[in-house]
Design a protein around this ligand. Sequence first.
Ligand SMILES: C[S@@+](CC[C@H](N)C(=O)[O-])C[C@H]1O[C@@H](n2cnc3c(N)ncnc32)[C@H](O)[C@@H]1O
Length: 260
Amino acid sequence: MEVRSTTLAYSGADKIVKKLKEISGGKILDIGTGGGGFVGFLKQALKSFDSFIGIDLNEEKLKKAEKRFGTIAQFKKMNAEKLDFQDETFDVVSMASSLHHLERPEEVLKEMFRVVKPQGYLIIQEMYSNLTQTEAQLTTLQDHHFGAKIDTLLGEYHRETYTKEEIKGIVSILNAEELEIFDSTRYPKCLFCEEKEQCDNPMDKELIQSQIKYLKSSLEKISDYPEYEQLEKEAKKIEQDLRKNGITDASILFILAKKN
Ligand SMILES: C[S@@+](CC[C@H](N)C(=O)[O-])C[C@H]1O[C@@H](n2cnc3c(N)ncnc32)[C@H](O)[C@@H]1O
């Protein structure tokens, strides 16, 4: 079983950024924009851009996005299953870390494809759950899946992350002229981060501590649920594993689909 290095220089993230530097973004729509993090990344990574619109269902997150990126993007509450835009409106339609948050991913992909212009791009970034990852990544995945259980109890759709094969299966419904799929052990945004060396060390104490704090605060959200006791046990095990194996984000697929 091949386990690839998560050191940024060997991750494959540079190939993604090299490709993005060739794309003039024009008018960009970001789906499931959350706090707008992917807008911030695309702004730096693309060759150029004219405008950004970010959409999400979560108003709290949209407010945060507005604060961080309000000067370069407009943010709107909208359901990605029914986009309020005409056909062929955008040069690029993007979506990061959201596929496993969608109840009907195929419906969303169809909508994304509908609103992108011919010769425009869909850009999809999604972490995957295959076991060909380092112990630190697998522990981080367990931690993420724990978070998905908490969100589900709280009524938000959030399933475990897909495997690479499942992600490829979902995007295969797109009738793309060109489909390029990059596999990277690190997020390409890391290349722009000022603390990039910190994440090259999965055993970084500060990162582990902050993740454990987040794990505990997630658990507290369901303190009066009948599932609390069981999940508390799971949280303890994850905490032990985080201390032993460290923390590193899971690997990602980065998909570029060009519309004909
Ligand atoms: C993990 S967050 C994505 C964060 C962001 N893209 C980033 O990279 O920082 C997933 C987002 O998908 C949003 N979402 C889920 N279903 C949606 C839908 N049908 N329409 C729009 N947004 C949706 C959630 O509200 C959540 O903010």
